[in-house]
Design a protein around this ligand. Structure first.
Ligand code: PLP
Length: 382
């Protein structure tokens, strides 16, 4: 499989090249035997809550579980409907389906998040919650979405798995982080996310004491204590060893974010000058954190191949809309139901934008894209 790229997508070998300190901490921790819900987990949860600006953070087994437990905590169950974005990673929909609930899609717009104008039309008597997805590190128009949700008394559980430290202005013009708008927000610590550990992990945040209490029960079999089971729950605790990795990295989150934002701005400027590429509109009052750096490209498939052939590891997130996937035929959708999602599937392309990417590597990406459209023009003129 391994083709060596001039500009690679994964930066994990660089990120975790020097981890002696993590091993030292693990060496000290392991003899304590405090493996489940151990002290490093409690420390990580406190730091995560402070980072996001939520009162509580609860470490769980994965980002998917963070969403599932968040939905369950507000009472989503069998036969309920949950409104979510048509273009997302399968895990959003998986979390809804795991509870026996039905995902109801709303098309996205060019922010890559749900088109809030279409939410009201998707609400039915069975709607139990709304799950906006802060895709690519962008953020949904949360002020407008919360107004709709409040009018219908629907809880909002944010899928902030790609949106750590993404934010948008509150009514006073202050940036308010993804995950803190709704009653709860789910984050992923998967190796491919901006704040990552050495395997699966997730965090659900909330500022509601009662919801926090329920979430702590839900992740640990519903056990109030060693002997008493209060509700039916799950086994979904963030591994304490992974919390050690998280504690080691979490202090860098602002730097990681700043570097990605800087890289994104550099690409934006260069790509604005390349006909054939359209940079998505950059709304004011938003902090987008470029979990993915995504543009719209003419002749996308040919450009993608050109990039790969020339050593630039581009990606497509995602080439087949969820609503057309075999696994979701039971929802009864037909091609064309979500035209913006369809257009995105045909035209989007992602380039590496991480904190370990150099300007020289970005220049290679930009030159590779430029050369593709230049040679297309030459051929067209010939
Ligand atoms: C990664 C991701 C998830 C799920 O996270 P896991 O930790 O892999 O379970 C959910 N939603 C979105 C949008 C994601 O990108």
């Amino acid at each position: 499989m391994s083709q060596s790229f001039k500009v690679r997508y994964s930066y994990l070998p660089q990120q975790f090249a020097d981890v002696g300190e993590v091993f030292e901490q693990m060496k000290k921790f392991i003899p304590t035997g405090d493996f489940t819900l151990g002290k490093p987990l409690a420390q990580f949860e406190e730091r995560f809550a402070a980072l996001i600006g939520a009162k509580h953070a609860i470490g769980v087994g994965s980002g998917t579980d963070a969403l599932k437990l968040g939905l369950k905590a507000v009472g989503v169950g069998h036969g309920d409907e949950v409104i979510t974005a048509a273009n997302t990673f399968i895990a959003t929909v998986g979390a809804i389906c795991e509870l026996g609930a039905k995902p109801v899609f709303v098309d996205v717009d060019d922010s890559f998040c749900m088109n809030v104008d279409q939410v009201e039309a998707a609400i039915t008597p069975r709607t139990k919650a709304i799950m906006p997805v802060q895709l690519t590190g962008e953020i949904t128009e949360m002020r407008r979405l919360m107004a709709i949700a409040n009018a219908y008394k629907l809880p909002v559980i944010e899928d902030a798995c790609q949106g750590i430290l993404a934010a948008t202005n509150d009514k006073n013009g202050n940036l308010k982080n993804a995950g803190t708008w709704g009653v709860a927000g789910g984050f992923s610590l998967h190796p491919l996310k901006n704040l990552n550990v050495w395997g699966d992990g997730g965090v659900v945040v909330t500022s509601d004491d009662e919801v926090a209490r329920t979430l702590r029960l839900l992740r640990n079999h519903g056990m109030r204590n060693r002997d008493e089971i209060e509700i039916m729950g799950f086994n979904s605790r963030l591994d304490t060893l992974q919390a050690i990795v998280g504690n080691w990295l979490i202090g860098s989150t602002h730097d990681i974010t700043a570097k990605r934002i800087d890289n994104g701005a550099y690409y934006d400027k260069a790509f604005a000058g390349i006909p054939g590429i359209r940079v998505p509109g950059r709304r004011a009052g938003v902090r987008r954190v470029f979990h993915l750096y995504m543009v719209f490209a003419d002749h996308r498939d040919a450009l993608f191949q050109h990039c790969v052939d020339n050593g630039v590891e581009a990606k497509i997130h995602y080439p087949i809309p969820l609503y057309l996937q075999d696994a979701l035929t039971f929802l009864g959708h037909k091609p064309g139901d979500f035209p913006v999602t369809d257009r995105h599937a045909r035209t989007i392309l992602s380039f590496p934008c991480d904190q370990h990417l150099s300007r020289a590597e970005q220049d290679i990406v930009i030159d590779t894209v430029r050369s593709f459209y230049a040679s297309k023009k030459t051929r067209a003129a010939a």
